[in-house]
Design a protein around this ligand. Structure first.
Ligand SMILES: O=P(O)(O)OC[C@H]1O[C@H](O[C@H]2O[C@H](CO)[C@@H](O)[C@H](O)[C@H]2O)[C@H](O)[C@@H](O)[C@@H]1O
Length: 252
């Protein structure tokens, strides 16, 4: 559930705005990495991997990634670097922490039929189908005219198969339940994080639950991208601005 939204007006101040009791939670696509035409085309540069490694040292056990991607996808993108953090994937339907290992919802049987319908639709219309551990995505970034049709198909399938419908940037997804706010609350219950002030950085609608949770726990949400109605308190213009902000944190 989202709290009442308000426009984000305050641009995040440079360090030392983040104090040593902070914990940092990052969304992945559109936050740590720039969006790309297709899910597989995302570029993870060495500079990001270095920054993540250095953040893990600067904020020991107090950095996490909370993504709509599955943990398997994040591992494929980040390799061993993903192992340095607690990670929540699939919009909060799975997580991996040092304390609990990998905890995931069950993949519902009905997802197979629904995923097959999305895949067939994507193939017939030259759209991109994305197979995920606990969901199935249909991307129309390369053919935006298909948006209404794609969303309507996904809505029908979600209703028929009892799945959660997730809108995203130029994509729609069928998935198991979960949200990033619950993921943040789960992750922050770890001994190293209890009592820390969470800062959640994200760009998409699925990140709004994370903004609400961070604020409720004494921290804040930081929207990455242009102004829009949001539960975030702060805003940074884009991925490059966040990367600059992280660089400044690491130097402070
Ligand atoms: O929660 P996130 O880590 O931000 O993941 C959200 C979704 O990101 C990916 O899709 C988005 O990025 C793609 C690559 O840049 C882009 O082509 C697409 O249009 C975006 O919606 C990912 O593919 C999804 O599985 C995630 O749910």
């Amino acid at each position: 559930m989202l709290a009442e939204r308000q426009p984000a007006t305050e641009v995040l101040a440079p360090p030392p705005h983040v104090r040593d009791d902070a914990s940092l939670f990052f969304d992945f696509d559109g936050t740590l990495v720039d969006l790309a035409p297709t899910p597989d085309a995302v570029v993870v540069d060495q500079g990001l991997l270095d920054q993540l490694d250095r953040l893990a040292v600067r904020f020991p056990a107090r950095v996490a990634i909370i993504s709509g991607r599955s943990i398997a996808q994040l591992d494929a993108m980040l390799g061993q670097h993903a192992r340095r953090f607690a990670v929540a994937g699939s919009h909060g339907a799975e997580r991996r922490t040092p304390e609990d290992g990998h905890v995931a919802a069950e993949r519902p049987a009905s997802l197979e039929t629904a995923a097959e319908a999305l895949r067939a639709y994507a193939e017939a219309n030259a759209l991109v189908y994305e197979a995920k551990s606990l969901g199935a995505g249909l991307h129309y970034r390369m053919a935006p005219a298909f948006e209404a049709d794609a969303v309507s198909l996904a809505e029908d399938l979600a209703r028929t198969h009892g799945l959660t419908l997730q809108r995203g940037k130029m994509m729609v997804e069928l998935r198991t339940p979960g949200d990033k706010g619950a993921a943040l609350r789960d992750l922050i219950a770890a001994p190293a994080l209890v009592g820390s002030r969470p800062f959640f950085f994200g760009d998409d609608v699925t990140d709004e639950d994370g903004f609400v949770a961070a604020h409720a726990l004494g921290g804040a949400g930081i929207l990455i991208g242009p102004e829009r109605p949001t539960a975030a308190t702060y805003r940074l213009d884009d991925v490059a601005a966040l990367r600059g902000w992280i660089a400044a944190i690491l130097e402070s």
